[in-house]
Write a protein that binds this ligand. Structure first.
Ligand code: GLU
Length: 258
């Protein structure tokens, strides 16, 4: 059956969620309302930031070496804090959100994947915005590596989204490392994510708040692109960034669907 609305998956990283706080969350949710009203786009929102939000409010703030189980416990503390942020922001735009926590196993299992998809379809039909995160208290894949980048690509595939938008704290992909080369230039469009590009990017970790980094974003974008989903890597706090992506403006890095 043909869908009435276009569908995007948007993923916000830990650093963006924590440094942007309530103001940025509100700006994002206002843009979601505009995506729906002006462009007929419904959004599945994937967010990180649970561990980082909890870390900022606990005595773990300055300890760099946390055990995996400490991180998992922090995720359980932080998840309701993250949802508070989104619920408040959604409310301001007259919208409603729903929390869905999932694991890779849920998506790999045929029955659970179908259950997940059915729940999301129902929420979207009701105009409720699904807010997803990995269930870090029971699974650890994204804590070890990824900050939900890979999870969002998988969700985009399962839900047959048209676009995956990854909101990050850099402008997009540059042709060389902008921290080392001041002449580094932003790459606006890519036809594919090649193995060579991934190898050049290297698996160095992301920010101090999340485990993402450019490698995991590019590999998520590559997975989306191979599944026929266009991916965009954009700076999450650029004004109107989501509506600009909807207008196909030159912003961030756009990876075409194959
Ligand atoms: N799902 C995790 C969170 O929301 C990912 C964070 C990370 O990669 O460290 O906190």
């Amino acid at each position: 059956m043909k869908r009435k609305r276009r569908r995007w998956v948007i993923k916000a990283g830990s650093n963006m969620v924590c440094s942007g706080g309530p103001l940025l969350a509100r700006a994002w949710m206002q843009q979601l309302a505009r995506l729906k009203d002006q462009h007929g786009i419904e959004v599945i929102w994937v967010t990180s930031g649970a561990i980082a939000s909890a870390t900022e409010r606990t005595k773990f703030k300055n300890s760099k070496r946390r055990t995996l189980s400490e991180k998992q416990a922090l995720s359980a503390i932080g998840q309701p804090l993250v949802m508070d942020l989104y619920n408040l922001a959604l409310q301001t735009s007259g919208m409603l959100g729903a929390q869905v926590l999932l694991t890779y196993d849920d998506l790999a299992n045929k029955q659970r994947r179908a259950n997940f998809a059915n729940t999301l379809e129902q929420l979207l039909k009701w105009d409720v915005t699904p807010i997803l995160n990995e269930n870090d208290a029971v699974a650890t894949e994204e804590i070890k590596f990824g900050d939900n980048d890979s999870l969002s690509a998988k969700v985009a595939g399962v839900m047959r989204a048209e676009r995956l938008v990854i909101l990050t704290d850099v402008e997009g992909l540059c042709d060389s490392d902008p921290r080392k080369n001041k002449n580094a230039r932003l790459v606006h469009t890519l036809d594919r994510i090649s193995k060579k590009l991934l190898a050049q990017t290297g698996t160095s970790a992301g920010s101090s708040r999340g485990t993402g980094g450019m490698y995991s974003k590019l590999s998520a974008a590559g997975e989306a692109s191979r599944n026929g989903i266009e991916a965009w890597l954009v700076k999450g706090d650029l004004p109107d960034v989501l509506t600009r992506v909807a207008g196909n403006e030159t912003v961030g890095t756009r990876i075409r669907a194959r």
